[in-house]
Ligand binder design. Sequence first.
Ligand code: FEO
Length: 396
Amino acid sequence: MGGTMEIVELKKGIYWVGAIDWNVRDFHGYSTPSGTTYNAYLILDEKNVLVDTVKSSFYLEMLGRISEIIDPSKIDFIISNHVEMDHSSSLPEIVERIGNPVVITSERGQKGLEKHYKRPMNFKVVKTGDTLSIGQRTLAFVEAPMLHWPDSMFTYVKEDRVLLPNDAFGQHIASCQRFEDEVGDDVMKHAAKYYANILWPLAPLILKKIDEVVKMEIPIDVIGPSHGLIWRKDPGRIIQAYVEWSQGKTNKKILVVYDTMWGSTEALAKAILKGLIEEGAEAKLLHLRSNHRSDIIEEMLEARGVLLGSPTLNNGMFPTMGDFLTYMRGLKPKGKFFGLFGSYGWGGGAIKEMRKSLEQEKFNIWEKELTAQYIPDPEEIQKAIEFGKEFAKKVL
Ligand code: FEO
Protein backbone atom coordinates (compact mmCIF):
# COMPACT_ATOMS: atom_id res chain seq x y z
CA MET A 1 0.00 0.00 0.00
CA GLY A 2 3.01 2.32 0.48
CA GLY A 3 4.17 4.99 -1.96
CA THR A 4 1.02 5.28 -4.04
CA MET A 5 -1.20 7.78 -2.30
CA GLU A 6 -1.20 11.48 -2.89
CA ILE A 7 -0.41 13.41 0.27
CA VAL A 8 -2.92 16.18 0.97
CA GLU A 9 -1.85 19.07 3.19
CA LEU A 10 -4.37 21.64 4.54
CA LYS A 11 -1.65 23.76 6.13
CA LYS A 12 1.98 22.94 6.67
CA GLY A 13 2.06 19.87 8.89
CA ILE A 14 -1.71 19.28 8.84
CA TYR A 15 -2.77 16.44 6.56
CA TRP A 16 -5.96 14.82 5.36
CA VAL A 17 -5.66 11.09 6.02
CA GLY A 18 -9.26 9.98 5.50
CA ALA A 19 -10.91 7.55 3.12
CA ILE A 20 -13.10 7.83 0.05
CA ASP A 21 -16.30 5.78 -0.04
CA TRP A 22 -17.12 5.83 -3.74
CA ASN A 23 -19.88 3.25 -3.49
CA VAL A 24 -22.16 4.16 -0.59
CA ARG A 25 -25.60 5.06 -1.95
CA ASP A 26 -27.71 5.08 1.19
CA PHE A 27 -26.65 6.82 4.38
CA HIS A 28 -29.26 5.80 6.94
CA GLY A 29 -32.20 6.78 4.72
CA TYR A 30 -30.42 9.64 2.92
CA SER A 31 -29.50 8.91 -0.70
CA THR A 32 -25.87 9.55 -1.52
CA PRO A 33 -25.62 9.26 -5.31
CA SER A 34 -22.11 10.76 -5.23
CA GLY A 35 -20.80 8.61 -2.36
CA THR A 36 -18.96 10.27 0.52
CA THR A 37 -15.66 10.53 2.33
CA TYR A 38 -14.72 9.97 5.95
CA ASN A 39 -12.21 12.67 6.76
CA ALA A 40 -9.51 12.14 9.34
CA TYR A 41 -6.68 14.62 9.89
CA LEU A 42 -3.10 14.19 11.04
CA ILE A 43 -1.23 17.05 12.75
CA LEU A 44 2.53 16.71 13.07
CA ASP A 45 4.25 18.60 15.87
CA GLU A 46 6.30 17.73 18.94
CA LYS A 47 3.30 15.58 19.75
CA ASN A 48 1.49 14.03 16.79
CA VAL A 49 -2.27 14.05 16.70
CA LEU A 50 -4.86 12.13 14.71
CA VAL A 51 -8.21 13.91 14.57
CA ASP A 52 -11.04 11.39 14.12
CA THR A 53 -10.87 8.12 12.22
CA VAL A 54 -12.90 6.47 9.45
CA LYS A 55 -15.56 3.77 9.05
CA SER A 56 -13.96 0.47 10.05
CA SER A 57 -14.14 -1.03 6.55
CA PHE A 58 -11.80 1.80 5.46
CA TYR A 59 -9.30 1.38 8.29
CA LEU A 60 -6.50 0.17 6.01
CA GLU A 61 -7.02 3.08 3.64
CA MET A 62 -6.57 5.54 6.52
CA LEU A 63 -3.59 3.60 7.89
CA GLY A 64 -2.00 3.67 4.43
CA ARG A 65 -2.33 7.44 4.23
CA ILE A 66 -0.93 7.93 7.72
CA SER A 67 1.97 5.58 6.95
CA GLU A 68 2.91 7.67 3.90
CA ILE A 69 3.55 10.55 6.30
CA ILE A 70 4.72 9.02 9.58
CA ASP A 71 5.05 5.74 11.37
CA PRO A 72 1.57 5.40 12.95
CA SER A 73 3.11 4.30 16.25
CA LYS A 74 4.45 7.86 16.59
CA ILE A 75 0.92 9.24 17.11
CA ASP A 76 0.55 10.53 20.66
CA PHE A 77 -3.07 11.67 20.76
CA ILE A 78 -6.26 10.74 18.96
CA ILE A 79 -9.07 13.24 19.15
CA SER A 80 -12.53 11.75 18.80
CA ASN A 81 -14.85 14.64 18.00
CA HIS A 82 -17.86 12.38 17.48
CA VAL A 83 -18.90 8.86 18.46
CA GLU A 84 -20.97 7.94 15.38
CA MET A 85 -19.41 4.89 13.78
CA ASP A 86 -18.50 6.47 10.44
CA HIS A 87 -15.84 8.39 12.40
CA SER A 88 -15.02 6.14 15.33
CA SER A 89 -15.25 2.52 14.23
CA SER A 90 -11.56 2.41 13.27
CA LEU A 91 -10.62 3.64 16.73
CA PRO A 92 -10.16 0.23 18.39
CA GLU A 93 -7.83 -0.92 15.61
CA ILE A 94 -5.77 2.25 15.38
CA VAL A 95 -5.48 2.44 19.18
CA GLU A 96 -4.19 -1.14 19.13
CA ARG A 97 -1.80 -0.36 16.27
CA ILE A 98 -0.36 2.75 17.96
CA GLY A 99 -0.17 1.13 21.38
CA ASN A 100 -2.58 2.92 23.69
CA PRO A 101 -2.38 6.60 22.76
CA VAL A 102 -4.35 9.20 24.70
CA VAL A 103 -7.88 9.46 23.32
CA ILE A 104 -9.25 12.97 23.75
CA THR A 105 -13.02 13.33 23.71
CA SER A 106 -15.94 15.03 25.41
CA GLU A 107 -17.49 13.54 28.55
CA ARG A 108 -20.37 12.11 26.56
CA GLY A 109 -17.88 11.05 23.90
CA GLN A 110 -16.10 8.84 26.42
CA LYS A 111 -19.37 7.27 27.55
CA GLY A 112 -20.41 6.69 23.95
CA LEU A 113 -17.07 5.19 22.92
CA GLU A 114 -17.07 2.87 25.96
CA LYS A 115 -20.57 1.67 25.13
CA HIS A 116 -19.69 1.17 21.47
CA TYR A 117 -16.33 -0.58 21.77
CA LYS A 118 -16.28 -2.07 25.28
CA ARG A 119 -12.53 -1.91 25.61
CA PRO A 120 -10.36 0.19 27.89
CA MET A 121 -8.80 3.25 26.29
CA ASN A 122 -6.60 5.92 27.76
CA PHE A 123 -9.25 8.65 27.76
CA LYS A 124 -8.76 12.32 28.47
CA VAL A 125 -12.01 14.25 28.72
CA VAL A 126 -12.09 17.86 27.53
CA LYS A 127 -14.71 20.59 27.63
CA THR A 128 -15.22 23.96 25.95
CA GLY A 129 -12.29 26.26 26.62
CA ASP A 130 -9.79 23.49 27.28
CA THR A 131 -6.61 23.63 25.24
CA LEU A 132 -3.77 21.25 24.54
CA SER A 133 -0.28 22.36 23.59
CA ILE A 134 1.36 19.94 21.18
CA GLY A 135 4.57 21.91 20.57
CA GLN A 136 4.34 24.79 18.11
CA ARG A 137 0.58 24.49 18.10
CA THR A 138 -2.30 24.79 20.50
CA LEU A 139 -5.48 22.83 20.04
CA ALA A 140 -8.67 24.27 21.48
CA PHE A 141 -11.88 22.34 22.02
CA VAL A 142 -15.46 23.52 21.70
CA GLU A 143 -18.24 21.18 22.79
CA ALA A 144 -21.11 21.22 20.32
CA PRO A 145 -23.81 19.09 21.97
CA MET A 146 -26.56 18.04 19.55
CA LEU A 147 -24.58 19.23 16.54
CA HIS A 148 -25.51 16.67 15.82
CA TRP A 149 -25.13 14.17 18.67
CA PRO A 150 -24.83 14.86 22.40
CA ASP A 151 -21.12 14.00 22.26
CA SER A 152 -20.22 16.23 19.28
CA MET A 153 -17.20 18.47 19.63
CA PHE A 154 -15.12 20.80 17.43
CA THR A 155 -11.32 20.98 17.44
CA TYR A 156 -9.59 24.23 16.49
CA VAL A 157 -5.90 24.56 15.63
CA LYS A 158 -5.15 28.08 16.85
CA GLU A 159 -1.88 28.96 15.11
CA ASP A 160 -3.06 27.62 11.74
CA ARG A 161 -6.64 28.89 12.07
CA VAL A 162 -8.02 25.49 11.11
CA LEU A 163 -11.42 24.40 12.40
CA LEU A 164 -12.19 20.68 12.45
CA PRO A 165 -15.91 20.57 13.29
CA ASN A 166 -16.58 16.95 12.38
CA ASP A 167 -20.07 16.55 10.82
CA ALA A 168 -20.86 20.28 10.67
CA PHE A 169 -20.33 21.89 7.24
CA GLY A 170 -19.92 18.52 5.50
CA GLN A 171 -21.24 17.20 2.21
CA HIS A 172 -21.63 13.68 0.88
CA ILE A 173 -19.33 13.75 -2.13
CA ALA A 174 -16.68 11.24 -3.13
CA SER A 175 -14.19 12.78 -5.53
CA CYS A 176 -10.53 12.97 -6.41
CA GLN A 177 -10.51 16.56 -5.16
CA ARG A 178 -10.19 17.38 -1.49
CA PHE A 179 -10.88 21.13 -1.51
CA GLU A 180 -14.05 23.01 -2.39
CA ASP A 181 -12.22 25.46 -4.66
CA GLU A 182 -11.17 22.56 -6.90
CA VAL A 183 -14.76 21.78 -7.89
CA GLY A 184 -17.70 23.77 -9.25
CA ASP A 185 -20.63 25.29 -7.39
CA ASP A 186 -22.22 21.86 -7.12
CA VAL A 187 -20.63 21.67 -3.71
CA MET A 188 -23.24 24.08 -2.31
CA LYS A 189 -26.06 21.86 -3.55
CA HIS A 190 -24.50 18.90 -1.76
CA ALA A 191 -23.96 21.02 1.35
CA ALA A 192 -27.62 22.10 1.27
CA LYS A 193 -28.84 18.53 0.97
CA TYR A 194 -26.58 17.51 3.85
CA TYR A 195 -27.81 20.39 6.02
CA ALA A 196 -31.48 19.72 5.24
CA ASN A 197 -31.29 15.99 5.91
CA ILE A 198 -29.03 15.98 8.94
CA LEU A 199 -28.89 19.36 10.64
CA TRP A 200 -32.23 21.01 9.91
CA PRO A 201 -33.93 20.00 13.19
CA LEU A 202 -31.04 21.62 15.02
CA ALA A 203 -31.36 25.03 13.36
CA PRO A 204 -31.79 27.03 16.63
CA LEU A 205 -28.73 25.33 18.15
CA ILE A 206 -26.72 26.03 15.01
CA LEU A 207 -27.47 29.73 15.19
CA LYS A 208 -26.46 29.76 18.86
CA LYS A 209 -23.26 27.87 18.21
CA ILE A 210 -22.24 30.05 15.27
CA ASP A 211 -22.91 33.12 17.41
CA GLU A 212 -20.79 31.62 20.19
CA VAL A 213 -17.91 30.90 17.80
CA VAL A 214 -18.16 34.38 16.25
CA LYS A 215 -18.01 35.93 19.73
CA MET A 216 -14.87 33.92 20.48
CA GLU A 217 -13.32 35.91 17.62
CA ILE A 218 -11.43 32.95 16.31
CA PRO A 219 -10.19 33.54 12.80
CA ILE A 220 -10.86 30.65 10.43
CA ASP A 221 -8.75 30.03 7.32
CA VAL A 222 -9.80 26.43 6.73
CA ILE A 223 -12.77 24.31 7.77
CA GLY A 224 -12.10 20.59 7.56
CA PRO A 225 -15.42 18.76 8.01
CA SER A 226 -15.65 15.01 8.46
CA HIS A 227 -17.40 14.43 5.11
CA GLY A 228 -16.66 15.70 1.64
CA LEU A 229 -14.60 18.68 0.58
CA ILE A 230 -12.52 20.97 2.77
CA TRP A 231 -13.42 24.68 2.76
CA ARG A 232 -10.27 26.76 2.29
CA LYS A 233 -10.97 29.43 -0.33
CA ASP A 234 -13.81 31.13 1.45
CA PRO A 235 -14.91 29.24 4.58
CA GLY A 236 -17.20 32.16 5.40
CA ARG A 237 -19.39 31.07 2.50
CA ILE A 238 -20.53 27.86 4.17
CA ILE A 239 -20.91 29.54 7.57
CA GLN A 240 -23.13 32.20 5.98
CA ALA A 241 -25.18 29.53 4.21
CA TYR A 242 -25.71 27.73 7.54
CA VAL A 243 -26.89 30.97 9.12
CA GLU A 244 -29.37 31.59 6.29
CA TRP A 245 -30.68 28.03 6.23
CA SER A 246 -31.03 28.04 10.02
CA GLN A 247 -32.86 31.38 9.90
CA GLY A 248 -35.26 29.79 7.41
CA LYS A 249 -34.42 31.95 4.41
CA THR A 250 -36.83 31.10 1.60
CA ASN A 251 -37.52 32.12 -1.98
CA LYS A 252 -40.63 31.98 -4.15
CA LYS A 253 -40.49 28.22 -4.43
CA ILE A 254 -43.59 26.09 -3.83
CA LEU A 255 -43.45 22.32 -4.11
CA VAL A 256 -46.17 19.90 -5.12
CA VAL A 257 -45.23 16.56 -3.58
CA TYR A 258 -47.54 13.72 -4.50
CA ASP A 259 -48.13 10.12 -5.41
CA THR A 260 -50.85 8.68 -7.58
CA MET A 261 -52.57 5.32 -8.21
CA TRP A 262 -54.51 5.73 -11.45
CA GLY A 263 -53.50 9.27 -12.39
CA SER A 264 -56.27 11.25 -10.65
CA THR A 265 -54.10 12.78 -7.91
CA GLU A 266 -51.49 13.46 -10.56
CA ALA A 267 -54.05 15.29 -12.70
CA LEU A 268 -54.91 17.45 -9.67
CA ALA A 269 -51.21 17.99 -8.95
CA LYS A 270 -50.56 19.24 -12.47
CA ALA A 271 -53.58 21.54 -12.40
CA ILE A 272 -52.46 22.95 -9.03
CA LEU A 273 -49.00 23.45 -10.50
CA LYS A 274 -50.53 25.46 -13.33
CA GLY A 275 -52.27 27.72 -10.81
CA LEU A 276 -49.08 28.20 -8.81
CA ILE A 277 -47.10 29.15 -11.92
CA GLU A 278 -49.80 31.58 -13.02
CA GLU A 279 -49.35 33.39 -9.72
CA GLY A 280 -45.59 33.65 -10.18
CA ALA A 281 -44.38 30.83 -7.93
CA GLU A 282 -41.25 28.87 -8.77
CA ALA A 283 -43.29 25.70 -8.64
CA LYS A 284 -41.96 22.17 -8.80
CA LEU A 285 -43.75 18.87 -9.20
CA LEU A 286 -42.18 16.04 -7.22
CA HIS A 287 -43.57 12.54 -7.61
CA LEU A 288 -42.75 10.48 -4.54
CA ARG A 289 -41.70 7.37 -6.44
CA SER A 290 -39.51 9.34 -8.84
CA ASN A 291 -37.70 11.43 -6.23
CA HIS A 292 -35.84 10.21 -3.19
CA ARG A 293 -37.24 11.53 0.10
CA SER A 294 -33.89 13.14 0.92
CA ASP A 295 -33.86 15.05 -2.40
CA ILE A 296 -37.36 16.37 -1.72
CA ILE A 297 -36.19 17.53 1.71
CA GLU A 298 -33.33 19.40 0.05
CA GLU A 299 -35.85 21.08 -2.28
CA MET A 300 -37.89 22.06 0.77
CA LEU A 301 -35.03 23.93 2.41
CA GLU A 302 -35.67 27.21 0.60
CA ALA A 303 -39.32 26.61 -0.35
CA ARG A 304 -42.08 28.67 1.24
CA GLY A 305 -44.94 26.31 0.67
CA VAL A 306 -45.50 22.59 0.17
CA LEU A 307 -48.65 21.01 -1.24
CA LEU A 308 -49.00 17.34 -0.42
CA GLY A 309 -51.21 15.11 -2.54
CA SER A 310 -52.19 11.49 -2.03
CA PRO A 311 -54.80 9.09 -3.31
CA THR A 312 -56.72 7.14 -0.68
CA LEU A 313 -55.68 3.55 -0.25
CA ASN A 314 -57.57 1.43 2.28
CA ASN A 315 -58.99 4.54 3.97
CA GLY A 316 -55.58 6.09 4.48
CA MET A 317 -52.78 7.84 2.66
CA PHE A 318 -50.57 6.15 0.09
CA PRO A 319 -47.60 4.32 1.73
CA THR A 320 -44.99 6.52 0.03
CA MET A 321 -46.66 9.59 1.54
CA GLY A 322 -46.53 7.91 4.96
CA ASP A 323 -42.82 7.27 4.49
CA PHE A 324 -42.18 10.85 3.42
CA LEU A 325 -44.19 12.45 6.22
CA THR A 326 -42.50 10.28 8.86
CA TYR A 327 -39.09 11.30 7.55
CA MET A 328 -40.03 14.97 7.15
CA ARG A 329 -41.61 15.28 10.60
CA GLY A 330 -38.35 14.18 12.21
CA LEU A 331 -36.49 16.98 10.44
CA LYS A 332 -38.93 19.60 11.79
CA PRO A 333 -38.81 21.98 8.81
CA LYS A 334 -39.79 25.34 10.23
CA GLY A 335 -41.71 28.18 8.62
CA LYS A 336 -43.36 26.26 5.76
CA PHE A 337 -47.02 26.52 4.83
CA PHE A 338 -48.64 23.21 3.91
CA GLY A 339 -51.65 22.45 1.73
CA LEU A 340 -53.37 19.10 1.24
CA PHE A 341 -55.14 17.52 -1.70
CA GLY A 342 -56.02 14.09 -3.02
CA SER A 343 -58.43 11.78 -4.74
CA TYR A 344 -60.53 8.85 -3.60
CA GLY A 345 -62.87 6.18 -4.90
CA TRP A 346 -65.44 5.85 -2.14
CA GLY A 347 -64.66 6.46 1.55
CA GLY A 348 -61.71 8.84 1.36
CA GLY A 349 -59.32 9.24 4.28
CA ALA A 350 -55.89 10.15 2.83
CA ILE A 351 -56.15 13.85 3.59
CA LYS A 352 -57.43 13.25 7.11
CA GLU A 353 -54.48 10.99 7.82
CA MET A 354 -51.99 13.44 6.27
CA ARG A 355 -53.39 16.29 8.35
CA LYS A 356 -53.17 14.20 11.51
CA SER A 357 -49.55 13.38 10.73
CA LEU A 358 -48.62 17.04 10.15
CA GLU A 359 -50.48 18.17 13.26
CA GLN A 360 -48.17 16.06 15.39
CA GLU A 361 -45.44 18.62 14.72
CA LYS A 362 -47.70 21.67 14.81
CA PHE A 363 -47.00 22.60 11.21
CA ASN A 364 -48.82 25.52 9.64
CA ILE A 365 -51.51 23.84 7.53
CA TRP A 366 -54.10 25.44 5.29
CA GLU A 367 -57.64 24.69 6.43
CA LYS A 368 -58.87 24.46 2.86
CA GLU A 369 -58.48 21.08 1.12
CA LEU A 370 -59.00 19.83 -2.41
CA THR A 371 -60.49 16.43 -3.15
CA ALA A 372 -61.89 14.71 -6.21
CA GLN A 373 -63.72 11.42 -6.56
CA TYR A 374 -62.50 8.92 -9.17
CA ILE A 375 -61.33 10.87 -12.21
CA PRO A 376 -61.46 14.67 -11.87
CA ASP A 377 -63.78 16.27 -14.43
CA PRO A 378 -63.05 19.61 -16.15
CA GLU A 379 -64.83 21.49 -13.37
CA GLU A 380 -62.71 19.81 -10.72
CA ILE A 381 -59.56 20.50 -12.74
CA GLN A 382 -60.53 24.16 -12.88
CA LYS A 383 -61.06 24.09 -9.10
CA ALA A 384 -57.57 22.64 -8.72
CA ILE A 385 -56.08 25.47 -10.78
CA GLU A 386 -57.89 27.98 -8.55
CA PHE A 387 -56.73 26.07 -5.46
CA GLY A 388 -53.13 26.45 -6.66
CA LYS A 389 -53.61 30.15 -7.34
CA GLU A 390 -55.11 30.79 -3.95
CA PHE A 391 -52.35 28.85 -2.22
CA ALA A 392 -49.68 30.85 -4.08
CA LYS A 393 -51.33 34.14 -3.09
CA LYS A 394 -51.31 33.09 0.56
CA VAL A 395 -47.69 31.98 0.50
CA LEU A 396 -45.85 34.46 -1.70
FE1 FEO B 1 -20.71 11.53 10.00
FE2 FEO B 1 -22.70 11.82 12.73
O1 FEO B 1 -21.52 10.98 11.59
